[in-house]
Design a protein around this ligand. Structure first.
Ligand code: OSB
Ligand code: MG
Length: 368
């Protein structure tokens, strides 16, 4: 596919409610939408970097720079055959995986549109709907947290993840477990602990949690192994797994029992599929993580999560949990069985609400 032009839309969308994690509080979500024109088709991708380097080192600012000045020149005017061909072209750019992944998503959207097939089919997905849960940010008090969780449970979410940080974990998680003795519950620390202070987490080991996500630093696969030895609850890695190789390291080191896959974090959907395959071969369950995506990234997550080894519910909630108005015309809704339908249209299977996109735009750069 000849890449004829690339448009970068740096956008900011107000969230329906602030989202607080161990690394900060967001009231709006920034990201970069990548629009690629090729042979009469338009493909879209979402780079899930946001305004600050809290989740990892990338930001919308670094992503705009890398996308415009380094990735675009390598593919503009070129015949990019598929996602792996794209990866080979950008292999000389170290890191900046969220930026690369945004472009790869647009390449997949183009491929699907050209072949008139949904991404689910191109990935070998096996489900028409995927089990999902909701990720609940840090709240002012355990009481407030239980209230917020109750609202989500009442709206149909059968799996709940709560964000934790040092000093805001034991009372909070215990309160939710008490209020909902049987719900599928898990916690996410976003790298807020070190092995030395991880003792604080020990009481969580008796709360029948599905998993404890990324308690330690991003570059601490080995310390996660030491922690997993002390916990019966499965440790799940998010930030630590930045490539298929890292998935192999985690498996070989017995650093975790579950992996959260985010296509952005590993540099693209093709890499996410490889992580899925490695985990499947090693009997390690995976689930699809989320980055508060717009309808574009959400469509991509649903297609990925339709693959067979995604056996745990994903952080892919309904559109109304994030945004009053999304940039896609399609909105994703929660089915009564706590699932969301996988898009069936060609490519990502979504169309853009141009007015909404425009209204959220902070900067638009056309590279051609
Ligand atoms: O660690 O999973 C995470 C959101 C932003 C950055 C990191 C994470 C998250 C979430 C939200 O947990 C998941 C979602 O609903 O998109
Ligand atoms: Mg996480």
């Amino acid at each position: 596919m000849k890449i004829e032009s690339i448009t970068l839309h740096h956008i900011a969308m107000p969230l329906v409610a602030p989202f607080e994690t161990s690394f900060g509080r967001e009231t709006k979500r920034e990201c970069v939408i990548i629009e690629i024109h090729s042979e009469g088709l338009v493909g879209y991708g979402e780079c899930v970097a946001t305004h600050s380097p809290g989740y990892n080192y990338e930001t919308t600012g670094t992503a705009m720079h890398i996308l415009k000045d380094f990735i675009s020149p390598l593919i503009l005017g070129q015949d990019v055959k598929d996602a792996l061909d794209f990866q080979e072209r950008v292999i000389g750019i170290r890191g900046h995986l969220l930026a690369k992944a945004g472009v790869e998503m647009a390449v997949w959207d183009l491929l699907g549109k050209r072949e008139n097939k949904p991404l689910k089919e191109l990935f070998g997905g096996v489900r028409d709907k995927v089990e999902v849960g909701v990720s609940v940010g840090i709240q002012a008090s355990p009481e407030k947290l239980v209230e917020t969780v109750t609202d989500f449970v009442n709206s149909g979410y059968a799996r709940v993840k709560i964000k934790i940080k040092p000093g805001k974990e034991v009372a909070e998680t215990t309160a939710v477990r008490k209020a909902f003795p049987d719900i599928r519950l898990q916690v996410d620390a976003n790298s807020a602990y070190s092995l030395d202070d991880a003792d604080q987490l020990k009481p969580l080991d008796d709360l029948n949690l599905l998993l404890i996500e990324q308690p330690l630093f991003e570059d601490d696969i080995w310390d996660h192994h030491k922690l997993q030895e002390k916990f019966k609850t499965p440790i799940c890695l998010d930030e630590s797994i930045v490539s298929p190789r890292h998935a192999r390291y985690a498996i070989e080191m017995k650093a975790c029992k579950i992996i959260n896959i985010k296509a952005g974090r590993v540099g693209g959907l093709s890499q996410g599929i490889m992580v899925h395959d490695i985990c499947q071969q090693n009997n390690m369950p995976v689930w699809c993580g989320g980055m508060l995506e717009t309808g574009i990234g959400r469509a991509s997550n649903l297609a990925l999560a339709s693959m067979p080894n995604f056996t745990l519910p994903g952080d892919v909630s309904a559109s109304d949990r994030y945004y009053e108005k999304d940039i896609t015309n399609e909105r994703f809704v929660l089915n009564p069985d706590s699932t969301i339908d996988v898009p069936s249209g060609a490519g990502l299977g979504v169309t853009i609400d141009e007015d909404a996109l425009k209204s959220y735009t902070l900067a638009k750069v056309v590279v051609n």
